[in-house]
Design a protein. Structure first.
Length: 148
C-alpha cells in the first residue's frame, strides 16, 4: 500500500518489505519527499503504523524463538533443513509429539500435503493437493522448502 500511494506522486520504493520499512523510517526521521502537505499527513501516519507493526512482528519472532528453545520437540524439528522456529512450533502445536504417525508420509497425508489419488480401471491418477486442512501449516512448510 505504501509503495502504491507514494507511487501516485512519482516516488518509487523498491520491492520488498525491507525497502518499504527503510523508506518509512526515513520519512519518520524527517526525510520528507516533496508532496502536498495533506497527503504527507496521511502517508506519515501510514509510515508510522508500518514501522510499529514491523517492530511488533520482530518482537513476536523473538518470542517464538525463545519459547521454542524451551521445548525439546521444537528443537528436534529445527534440526531438519529449512525448518525454522515458526514452522517447528506450529508443527508441535498441530501434531504434538508425532507418535500417532508411523512415518513422515502418514504425517504428510494427515496434513493433506499429498495429492489426491483417484483409481479407475487399475490406473492411478494423482490430482491436485487438497487445500482443506491446515493452510497455515502448509504455507509454512512450502515457504520453507522454497526459501533455499
Amino acid at each position: 500500500m505504501l509503495r502504491g500511494l507514494f507511487g501516485e506522486f512519482g516516488i518509487v520504493i523498491a520491492q520488498g518489505i525491507g525497502s518499504a520499512v527503510k523508506f518509512a523510517k526515513s520519512v519518520l526521521h524527517g526525510d520528507w519527499p516533496s508532496i502536498p502537505e495533506v497527503a504527507m499527513d496521511v502517508l506519515t501516519n501510514l509510515c508510522d503504523q508500518m514501522v510499529a507493526l514491523h517492530l511488533r512482528i520482530i518482537s513476536y519472532d523473538k518470542r517464538i524463538l525463545l519459547e521454542g528453545r524451551k521445548d525439546r520437540k521444537v528443537m528436534l524439528l529445527r534440526t531438519l533443513p529449512e525448518v525454522g522456529p515458526a514452522t517447528a512450533s506450529a508443527t508441535v502445536a498441530t501434531a504434538g509429539d508425532g507418535h500417532q504417525f508411523r512415518d513422515g508420509r502418514e504425517f504428510a497425508a494427515w496434513l493433506e500435503l499429498e495429492p489426491i489419488s483417484r483409481f479407475s480401471g487399475g490406473n492411478e491418477r494423482l490430482e491436485r493437493i487438497s487445500k482443506i486442512k491446515d493452510r497455515y501449516h502448509r504455507r509454512l512448510l512450502v515457504t520453507g522448502m522454497a526459501a533455499d
